[in-house]
Design a protein around this ligand. Structure first.
Ligand code: SF4
Length: 339
């Protein structure tokens, strides 16, 4: 089906619901697409006889799949719209179908603009799931203008080469030594900022929604974030009790890492408490007044993007290593969920 700006293969879900005779279907929708909810419901209710229930929880990524309580309520099928599946995860409690929201916007205008400002010849092309099919158009435009576009190989957590997640920049890291510049196709700062933090290459942002080409804007934001990270580590130096956060969302679970962190802190004579939750927020963690510093093994973006909301510092596992003197600040790396 088509909604303004996107093509969404909800027909695939209809076929599965009919074939498997599913009766209770849960719809998880990425935040930006929730405004189209009535169209999705209408389509599914017209095409199938299943009862369709919308998950009102926020759904930030494919890491976030529904929990066991829904199995108890006999939900027999889950459709997540707006994300591609994490291919390394297959054992879903309830059969789950991920449907990408493919943008139908023309990226050629902004790429043609960008060719006038790109420095260097070898260009790493990076995008998110929405624009993954448009990469071929970008490749052609760059080649026609004598650039050498390169698509990096993604890890097994990511569906397509050249695609990044907010916690997986393997497609960029795999080619960062070969390319002069990264060209990111997409909107907002969330993904390109992670790209800039996980590699040392310049990043040019091509926003196909506004047709703006941003060349230097990320430099200041990256500097500000790195200053914040340095400050968070410095503020945690005298912490007596650490809270180690473990996320229960299926694609965020890093309990082994959390346990290793606890051992590491023990060996440095530091106390720590393991905290497990589905969705960490600053207001929930405020109740744990004994804790002087949180170390997040859940979504890596909590510490980076939500930092200002926390009253006590929240740091990543790599930043804890710097704090404990195991790594140097010069070795700073952006935290990613690696498998
Ligand atoms: S862990 Fe965070 S960045 Fe990664 S997919 Fe989930 S919400 Fe996105």
């Amino acid at each position: 089906m088509k909604i303004p700006g996107y093509e969404i293969d909800l027909e695939k879900a209809v076929k599965i619901i009919k074939n498997k005779k599913y009766e209770r279907v849960l719809l998880q929708i990425t935040e930006g697409l929730k405004i189209h909810i009535s169209k999705f419901i209408e389509f599914l209710e017209e095409e199938t006889s299943a009862s369709v229930i919308i998950s009102a929880d926020q759904c930030f990524g494919a890491c976030d799949v529904v929990s066991s309580e829904l199995k108890d309520m006999k939900i027999d099928f889950v459709i997540q719209i707006g994300h591609t599946q994490l291919p390394n995860i297959e054992d879903y409690l309830i059969p789950t179908l991920f449907i990408n929201a493919k943008s139908d916007i023309d990226i050629s205008i902004v790429i043609k603009k960008a060719v006038h400002v790109i420095k260097g010849k070898k260009i790493g092309l990076i995008t998110t799931s929405q624009h993954i099919d448009s990469l071929k158009h970008a490749i052609k435009i760059l080649k026609d203008n004598n650039f050498e576009p390169i698509i990096g190989k993604s890890s097994s957590r990511v569906e397509s080469d050249g695609q990044i997640l907010g916690c997986d920049f393997s497609a960029a890291r795999s080619i960062s030594k070969q390319v002069d510049t990264f060209l990111y196709i997409g909107s907002g700062n969330f993904h390109p900022l992670g790209l800039a933090l996980s590699t040392n290459n310049p990043v040019i942002v091509c926003d196909p929604y506004t047709n703006q080409v941003k060349v230097d804007e990320l430099i200041d934001i990256k500097d500000m974030i790195l200053r914040q990270r340095y400050g968070a580590i410095a503020r945690s130096k005298d912490a007596k009790i650490f809270g180690i956060l473990i996320g229960t969302k299926k694609g965020q679970q890093r309990i082994e890492l959390a346990l290793k962190i606890k051992d590491k802190l023990n060996s440095k004579k530091k106390k720590s408490i393991l905290l497990i939750q589905n969705h960490f927020t600053a207001s929930i963690l405020e109740s744990f007044r004994d804790i002087d510093c949180f170390v997040s093994t859940a979504c890596p973006r909590i510490a980076i993007d939500d930092y200002m909301q926390y009253k006590v510092p929240i740091i990543t596992p790599i930043e804890l290593d710097i704090l404990l003197g195991i790594k140097k600040w010069e070795d700073y790396q952006f935290d990613e969920i690696l498998i």
